[in-house]
Ligand binder design. Structure first.
Ligand SMILES: NC(=O)c1ccc[n+]([C@@H]2O[C@H](COP(=O)([O-])OP(=O)(O)OC[C@H]3O[C@@H](n4cnc5c(N)ncnc54)[C@H](OP(=O)(O)O)[C@@H]3O)[C@@H](O)[C@H]2O)c1
Length: 440
């Protein structure tokens, strides 16, 4: 049975949507609570989890079937399969099996959608069912819905945002308390804002999957996630915040993707300076924020809680209810051919040097930048640091990232560095430009 058969213009003929769920963890448990409050529209039939005996916790719902087997789950002939086990395997094959059986899928799985979204959307369209994944990007923030229904008339040219609450928590704590990166990370772990192994968050892999999904939804570009350059926030030091303030900026992990006129995209994830007056600077703690840019509508900003069982469950159950209420597929299948994101872009840069001081250092740095056509804008030096470990900052005018990186590579041979130079782009409005875009 396809979903179309479920709906009737006569409301009295509607029966509740039959739903099964895999993954009774943080999000799964919140989803079950919320689904049960919508029992007139949705009937939860079965739950699958490994070692399921320790998970069975709904004595007031004896009708729900508990199982460890995906075969049992799909054998219930549900209308919708909710996938909340996470990771690529076996989630990808479970989703594929459901779609092949004509069962609509709602998932929060960013890895699966970032890697296989276009082919799974195409399969769903072929089978006459739906694939929805609002919770996979920015948790409870309805950015995919917003793009698909509210911005569909525009020609969208870029998406940027704060897509990882762990990084935003760490950076905003460093900013507010003047504490080192390691202290802010430990605090985030103690309070449950960071995993015991935070590598995917701080090195940018989590945000990379999400910006790849947003490239698909907003720009119709099937970007290979691995082609998106990621820079870790771990080199950000407490001293970078007062220096950033001299430039009227603060520091955030920003993910962005921009489209050029020839169908190419430029994308990156990493720490960046953002103006204090910008929406990105106002995102505090574990908040997420997404800015979608269109030719006619300019910038549209979506913000809110990017993670947590409650907000993510709202996104999942809203997707389920959209299907129950007869909405058409939210995201339509786009091109199946994956493209490589260009690492090229131009922006002003902030470069922090930490040196063992002696005469001639500024001249050596200025000459190295000049050899790569990079123009210095300002040199900032706060007093009070010891001469043998002195941080100072050079800001450079808008330059191609490749030129800045070549100049810094040349400077690694200088013997005055105590810590390797650390560069971040300065994301003033309209400063991120694909190097391939016209007018460059
Ligand atoms: N947590 C958030 O704030 C958040 C926000 C947005 C999106 N998401 C996404 O939502 C999904 C679920 O996240 P979560 O935080 O709820 O994870 P979680 O707490 O680890 O829950 C996953 C559940 O799935 C079960 N599971 C894992 N692999 C399984 C398998 N092969 N077979 C059967 N059961 C399996 C786990 O069982 P065990 O108890 O044995 O581990 C656990 O109960 C992920 O894709 C995640 O990226 C999470």
């Amino acid at each position: 049975m396809t979903n179309e058969h479920l709906y009737s213009t006569d409301m009295s003929e509607k029966r509740p949507l039959r739903v099964v769920l895999a993954g009774f963890g943080t999000v799964g448990q919140s989803v079950v609570r919320l689904l049960r409050s919508h029992h007139s529209e949705v009937e939860l039939v079965a739950i699958c989890n490994r070692n399921v005996a320790r998970k069975q916790s709904l004595p007031d719902a004896p009708e729900i079937i508990w199982t460890e087997s995906i075969d049992d789950l799909l054998a219930q002939r549900p209308d919708v399969f909710i996938e909340l086990i996470g990771r690529r395997s076996p989630a990808e094959s479970w989703i594929t099996r459901a779609l092949n059986a004509g069962i609509s899928v709602v998932t929060a799985n960013k890895q699966v959608i970032a890697e296989c979204g276009p082919s799974l959307l195409s399969l769903a369209a072929t089978m006459g069912c739906q694939l929805r994944f609002e919770a996979a990007v920015a948790g409870g923030v309805p950015v995919i819905r917003g793009i698909e229904s509210g911005l569909v008339a525009d020609h969208l040219t870029g998406v940027s945002g704060i897509l990882n609450g762990t990084c935003n928590y760490i950076l905003t704590r460093m900013e507010a308390a003047g504490i080192p990166f390691d202290d802010a990370l430990r605090e985030a772990q103690r309070l449950g804002f960071a995993e015991a192994d935070p590598g995917d968050d701080i090195d940018g892999l989590d945000a990379r999957a999400k910006i790849a999904i947003l490239a698909m939804v907003a720009l119709g570009a099937a970007v290979t996630p691995a082609s998106i350059v990621c820079r870790s926030i771990s080199p950000v030091a407490a001293v970078d915040f007062p220096y950033a303030r001299h430039l009227d900026c603060t520091i955030r992990q920003v993910a962005w993707v921009t489209a050029d006129d020839s169908g190419g995209v430029s994308a990156r994830v990493g720490p960046a300076l953002v103006p204090m007056s910008s929406a990105l600077a106002r995102a505090q703690g574990s908040e997420n924020l997404v800015i979608v840019t269109g030719r006619s509508g300019g910038d549209t900003t979506f913000g809110g809680r990017g993670a947590g069982g409650g907000p993510s469950a709202v996104a999942v159950v809203s997707d389920v209810l959209a299907i129950a209420r007869g909405a058409n597929a939210a995201v339509r299948p786009g091109p199946l051919t994956a493209i490589t994101a260009s690492p090229d872009f131009s922006a002003p840069f902030y470069v922090r040097f930490t040196i063992n001081d002696r005469p001639g250092i500024i001249a050596a740095i200025a000459s190295a930048f000049a050899r790569h056509d990079v123009n210095i804008d300002a040199v900032l030096q706060e007093p009070g640091y010891p001469a043998d470990r002195r941080p100072f900052v050079v800001s450079v005018e808008a330059s191609p990232v490749a030129a800045v990186e070549r100049a810094l590579a040349e400077m690694t041979t200088f013997d005055f560095h105590v810590i390797a130079p650390f560069a971040m782009p300065v994301l003033v409005s309209a400063a991120i430009r694909s190097s391939a875009s016209p007018g460059q």
